[in-house]
Structure formats: C-alpha cells, structure tokens
Design a protein around this ligand. Structure first.
Ligand SMILES: [Cu+2]
Length: 179
C-alpha cells in the first residue's frame, strides 16, 4: 500500500521533471527541427534574386550554389562574412571573406553554417545596372525552440526516471536487508 502510493508520487516527479526539462530546453534553445543541410540554388538576374527569401533554422547548414542569368552579379551575405562574384554562363563563381580582404577563390558551392539567428540581407555587390542598389534578398534564421524543448523534455524525463529508479532501489535494499 505504502509502496504503491510511493510509486504514484514518483510518477508525478517524472512528469514534473519532463515538463521542467521541456521548458528549460525551450528557453535555452534559441530554433524548430533537427539541424538540416539545405541545398539552395540562387539565381541572380537584373535586378533580383530567386529565391528572394530563404527561411531556415539556427543550426542548419546552407549549401548555396550561385548562378547568373544575365550579367555579372555579386552576392554579399550580411552577418556571415560571405561575398561572391557570379559570372553568367559558368558553373563556378568567385568567393571571398570580406573580413579577410580581397582574397578571391573559385568555388562551386558556399557552405554557410547558420550560427546566428535573425534577418540577414543578401545583396548585389557588383554594379550590374541602374537598379543595382535595390537588388537584394533576405535570409531569415529562426530559432529552433520546439526541437530544443523536445531535447529538454527527454533529458527531464530521463532525470525523473533515474530519480524514481534510484529511490525505488534504495527502498528495495531496505526491504531486502529487513528480511
Ligand atoms: Cu547588381
């Protein structure tokens, strides 16, 4: 009878620990799904990018391929130290890290690990015509809250379960010693 009530009490400890874990995980996490790798081809033309908007989660990795449909364009991604020069008719493009100056390298993909949440514009960095200053798109990096809440919930559940098992086995030892 006592043992039964004891188990029920411990059950609520597990439930509480799961909820607390989920809340803590949700608060600590700054994104929605497991980190993903996304291949995106960005096509530049006068005077827009396709796609004009990229939405991803913090923790994701973007594998960007750049192409130009008409003249030479640039691709400067705010906040991620990425600049590129895209020539039409070829599969490669030139990239550099603006923080390291004009060290252009040839590449066929840009790997961007999304470590910072927020809105980051990408804009043309190579004068391409009269409307060039307006040629831009937007990268939105969302926090990954439900994913972290899920992890927190699992951690909380595990802690609750261990607490229950630990107390129960202690209880068991007492019973065995008594006999
Ligand atoms: Cu331009």
């Amino acid at each position: 009878m006592f043992f039964k009530r004891f188990i029920i009490k411990k059950f609520w400890i597990v439930v509480a620990a799961t909820i607390v874990g989920a809340l803590a995980g949700g608060l600590a996490g700054s994104g929605t799904e497991a980190p993903a790798s996304k291949n995106i081809t960005i096509k530049a033309r006068q005077y827009a990018y396709d796609p004009p908007k990229i939405i991803a989660n913090k923790g994701d990795t973007l594998l960007l391929e750049l192409a130009s449909l008409d003249v030479v364009h640039g691709f400067y991604l705010e906040g991620y130290d990425v600049d590129a020069e895209i020539h039409p008719g070829i599969n490669t493009f030139k990239i550099r890290k603006p923080s390291e100056g004009y060290n252009w390298e040839t590449a066929d993909v840009i790997t961007v690990i999304l470590t910072r949440r927020g809105k980051f514009r990408y804009r043309c960095s190579h004068t391409c015509g009269t409307m060039h200053p307006f040629m831009q798109g937007e990268l939105i990096v969302k926090p990954n809250t439900p994913y972290h809440a899920g992890l927190g919930g699992i951690a909380g559940f595990a802690i609750g379960l261990f607490m229950m098992m630990g107390i129960s086995s202690k209880e068991l030892k007492v019973v065995t010693a008594g006999k």
